[in-house]
Design a protein around this ligand. Sequence first.
Ligand SMILES: [Zn+2]
Length: 282
Amino acid sequence: MEGRRTLASEVAATGVALHAGVPVQMRMQPAAAETGIVFRRGDLSGSPSIEALWSNVSQTRLGTVLSSGGVSVAVVEHLMAALAGAGIDDCLIEIDGPEPPILDGDALSYLRLIDQAGSREAAAPRQTIRVIRPVEIDLDGASVKLLPASVAEFSFEIDFKSTAIGRQSFACVLTPENFRREIAPARTFGFYEQAEAMRAAGFGRGADLKNTLVVDGDALMNPELSRYSDEFVRHKILDAIGDMKLAGAPLQARFEGRRSSHALNNAALRALFADPANYALV
Ligand SMILES: [Zn+2]
């Protein structure tokens, strides 16, 4: 049986918060087995902690927000995806702002930090959550399914009006190698025509042409940033892997997303855990 993994040493990074637009320092530290992934807001009185769990998801507009005891941390999904892809079970993440730094807008920047820290296996065994009964959430033509499977798999389909994106689909088995090569480099994206309204509403203030693929009508404004021809759907899988990491243990399931969002991803986990007959801890 595989043991739980944590970082072998501490690692730090600084950058800008994607939505809040403020500078943020982040320290990722080793944690004892069974800690799980825990965020700590070092900038707030008493340095309150928030467990990275589906039950703490409080908002899902343009990113996944975790809240506990009136304290929040936003845009956790890319960092959570990197921790999932690297097989890290226990980690303490201290930030001095409202979000982890967005870095390159991908999961690869976080994966490189985890590489720098190294990882080690604890004596405690790792449990996985095996999906036994299919769970499906549908809303306005978007859907998420969690289906029984022998390994962790992700598939996704998107369909955007902009021909810069159009219809894209991608699927992969979640292994550390596949994640690093096929998913982690895929960057976040946004639409130029929405930028002003988003900023006015407090979103995207740290987004720029170096960390976000920006679509203007039918054109990509910064094609020099692009790493794959189907980068948008790969990024949606990256987001889904990060959101599924909030299950609290690796999911043994096939995730099928169709135009789904952070809201639907979280709804799928809530539906899964609503009935103990849906899954088994193994
Ligand atoms: Zn994302």
